[in-house]
Ligand binder design. Structure first.
Ligand code: NAP
Ligand code: MG
Length: 400
């Protein structure tokens, strides 16, 4: 017992829902607790507990992440109408990820886990492509209306002294139509830029950023200018020292270059671009079960999780007593990411080494041909074997 790895600072642990909650318990029991004297501050973000605490538990967990600097999160249900009745909820609680992101003010980085036998659909991609999505503003905080024929739409801005300026958007003199208003803030874009530059330094990878500044000469151009300013003032020298590059281009050019690239860089995307491109990149690298995600705040807090949801379909089968073959890799890597970061911040080499060992054992299991159903159907290995949820985790345990 006493030879377990000790921790000095607690890890913020955010438990969740459905199949991923089952995985969570197995991972802790079989892959972490036998080796690590786990010190965690536990928050139960299960929908039932969010409902019981009027969602206070989510807010508390986010402040804990801010305080300690490292958190690991299980996937959670974002309630919709169907969940309201399934769980007899007091309210349709907001997405926990949205709440946590708003408190940490962070940027989300998503990266695929690469293993032999699961070849990306783009043959040239040898290394992971990490997508950094600016998860604030633009179309996701829009104001949009239908406009009747004969209407004029104007963009009106009232400054702090009450002075009004307005510009015509469109005169709908001969047809009905639609109008949308979107915004972003310098503050949020600066945070986005800093999170990306910091993460690039952290992971020693080049950073690419792209917008449509040739068409959007004020809006997108502001993103470009802010990135340039932050880079020149605070990061240029650090990037030179680390031997990495910051590279800006047009979004169209970026897409073409990404397809021709070998991977191995971070691609910073505006909100919509990140939403769409992260799904494309995830699909091209194989399975949602192999995508990790980390939220990095501009003041250096890290929250690790799997990119996928609670895998509801598998959970319902599990409840009926049927066998499941759910991929736990992304959730395991959320744990290893968090333990490694905790170890780095606390100069705890044993903890960092353990994270490396657990990742190696996980990748090794799949490369030995032992895998869950989602990977089994896409793996090119000749001697592959499909195992169930529990067997997969026990196979990893035997390789640590
Ligand atoms: P999902 O849980 O990601 O699952 C969608 C499908 O993808 C699954 O049915 C399964 O396909 C496959 N899949 C995803 N992860 C897998 C894994 N680890 N192993 C094997 N297969 C996997 O998305 P969803 O069904 O749209 O959402 C379910 C719940 O999760 C919702 O309540 C949603 O609100 C929540 N959610 C939470 C987060 C988060 O907390 N970050 C993110 C997204 C969604 P097959 O059924 O074909 O095997
Ligand atoms: Mg998307």
């Amino acid at each position: 017992m006493s030879d377990k790895i000790r921790m000095t600072t607690p890890l913020v642990e955010m438990d969740g829902d459905e199949m991923t909650r089952i995985l969570w318990g197995m991972i802790k029991e079989e892959l972490i607790l036998p080796y690590v004297d786990l010190k965690s501050e536990y928050y139960d973000l299960a929908l039932t507990n969010r409902n019981a605490t009027d969602d206070k538990v989510t807010v508390d967990s986010a402040y804990a992440a801010k305080k300690y600097g490292v958190a690991v999160k299980c996937a959670t249900i974002t309630p919709n109408a169907q969940r309201m009745s399934e769980y007899t909820l007091k309210e349709m609680w907001k997405s926990p990820n949205g709440t946590i992101r708003a408190i940490l003010d962070g940027t989300v980085f998503r990266a695929p886990i690469i293993v032999k036998g699961i070849e990306p659909l783009v043959p040239g991609w040898e290394k992971p492509i990490t997508i950094a999505r600016h998860a604030y503003g633009d179309m996701y905080r829009n104001c949009e209306v239908k406009v009747a024929k004969g209407s004029k739409a104007e963009l009106v801005v009232t400054d702090k002294d009450g002075k009004v300026s307005s510009q015509m958007i469109h005169d709908f003199y001969n047809t009905d139509g639609i109008v949308q208003g979107i915004y972003n803030t310098d503050k949020s874009i600066i945070s986005f830029a800093k999170s990306c530059f910091n993460y690039a330094l952290d992971t020693k990878q080049d950073l690419w950023f792209a917008t449509k500044d040739t068409i959007s000469k004020t809006y997108d151009h502001r993103f470009k200018d802010i990135y340039e300013e932050v880079y020149v003032n605070e990061y240029n020298e650090k990037f030179n020292e680390a031997g990495i590059e910051y590279f800006y281009t047009l979004i169209d050019d970026a897409v073409a270059r990404v397809m021709r690239s070998k991977g191995g860089y971070i691609w910073a995307c505006k909100n919509y671009d990140g939403d769409v491109m992260s799904d494309m990149v995830a699909a091209a690298f194989g399975s949602l079960g192999m995508m990790t995600s980390v939220l990095v705040s501009p003041d250096g807090a890290y929250e690790y999780e799997a990119a996928h949801g609670t895998v509801t379909a598998h959970y319902y089968r599990h409840l009926k007593g049927e066998e499941t073959s759910t991929n736990s890799v992304a959730t395991i890597f959320a744990w290893t990411g968090a333990l490694r970061k905790r170890g780095e911040l606390d100069s705890n080499t044993d903890l960092v080494n353990f994270a490396d060992r657990l990742e190696k054992a996980t990748v090794g299991t799949i490369e030995d041909g032992v895998m869950t159903g989602d990977l089994f159907i896409i793996s090119s290995l000749a001697n592959k074997r499909k195992v169930n949820t529990g067997e997969f985790i026990r196979e990893i345990a035997s390789r640590i």
